[in-house]
Ligand binder design. Structure first.
Ligand code: FE2
Length: 369
């Protein structure tokens, strides 16, 4: 448990020494006053800020500091009007540590065989918080997980979605079904092979996770194909820093035009998190709209983008999985690309998108002590 072991006023604020994790940190006076956790600064019921940030003076001066509650809290006395503020060590650590560190680090699989078998959990097992936590760990570490023993129906798929979040409404509905029906202006609704891609590049907030279940299958082909976007981006970065930088710098427009909508949004192919981890890989060549840059930038983009594209389709770069009724495939759409081999006969899928913040929220809730 983190504990405050030393606190001293300094010219601009306070200097703190914390144990477990061991670190020294200086916090600015204005920041401290703005983050007062006493009842004057923070509503004890809703946790919302009460401090009037805008009326705080610039020339704040710390008069004294006191460690309270066995190192769990800091009280700061201010020169101005004998004012005091309170600060929990947990909230201070929260402000210092990047959000990404809430999640287990990804274990990259640049080649399909590095993921010996797709991680899987059982439907019954994930009814308990510990079992559900296991599923989330697979998702953060490997970016993909199977759920075995699910009810092979839209309702069965929705039951799973509601265990980890809730279905996100999109042009395809909340819970969706698709087969080779041609119902939407999207190649998913055909029997053609689908090259590896991520979904929702045409939305400002691409879906966080995607869930698939094959409800009916009578034919040949139609395997799901998966590739770890993070692993291939890291391999590209190791080979060429300038290509990696181009993928982080240049925004690509995604577009969906049809079915009564005209959606457009732009994202760089690669987004880094503040911790230095990768945050998101967005890659959908079919939905990429024209964008115009200088001659140099156009070449810089194609050079990097085609390098990444070649890596995804290199022999052994992806993992195949033949989904059959009763098995749900969960994919981290911010990391793992999905596609499909061509098929004949009947293949009916159910699925849904989940918002990123909802699955992250569920994990924090499951793991908070
Ligand atoms: Fe897709």
């Amino acid at each position: 448990m983190a504990k405050l072991i030393a606190a001293h006023p300094v010219v601009r604020g306070v200097r703190l020494t914390i144990q477990e994790p061991t670190l020294k940190v200086e916090l600015d006076a204005l920041w401290l006053r703005d983050h007062d956790e006493s009842d004057k600064g923070k509503d004890p019921i809703t946790g919302q800020r009460r401090t009037d940030t805008f009326s705080l003076p610039d020339d704040l001066e710390v008069r004294a500091t006191e460690i309270q509650d066995e190192g769990g809290w800091l009280e700061v006395a201010w020169a101005e009007h004998l004012h005091t503020t309170r600060h929990s060590v947990g909230r201070i650590l929260r402000a210092i540590a990047p959000d990404e560190l809430d999640f287990p680090a990804p274990r990259l699989w640049e080649r399909g065989h590095e993921l010996a078998a797709l991680p899987s959990v059982n439907w019954q097992a994930i009814q308990s918080p510990a079992g559900l936590q296991q599923l989330f760990e697979h998702m953060w570490v490997d970016g993909v997980c199977l759920v075995e023993g699910a009810q092979p129906s839209v309702q069965g798929t929705e039951n799973f979605v509601r265990l980890v979040g809730y279905p996100r409404e999109s042009i395809f509905g909340g819970m969706w079904t698709f087969g080779n029906t041609g119902e939407f202006s999207d190649s998913a609704y055909s029997s053609d092979a689908l090259p590896l891609h991520t979904d929702g590049t045409y939305t400002f907030d691409p879906p966080g996770w995607q869930v698939f279940q094959c409800m009916e299958y009578d034919g040949t082909g139609g395997d799901s194909v998966l590739a770890d976007g993070f692993a291939h981006v890291r391999a590209l970065q190791a080979a060429s820093l300038s290509r990696y930088q181009a993928l982080c710098d240049i925004s690509v427009i995604g577009e969906y035009h049809g079915d009564g909508v005209h959606l457009r949004a732009s994202h760089p192919v690669v987004t880094e998190a503040s911790s230095g981890r990768l945050r998101r890989v967005m890659f959908n060549n079919a939905d990429r709209a024209p964008f115009r840059r200088s001659f140099d930038e156009v070449r810089r983009f194609y050079d990097a983008y085609r390098d990444l594209g070649h890596r995804f389709v290199a022999p052994g770069a992806s993992k195949h999985c033949a989904l059959r009724p009763g098995t749900i495939l969960v994919v981290d759409n911010w990391r793992v690309l999905h596609g499909r081999t061509a098929f004949t006969g009947k293949r009916v899928m159910a699925g849904a998108y989940l918002n990123r913040e909802d699955v992250e929220s569920r994990w924090r809730h499951l793991t908070s002590s």
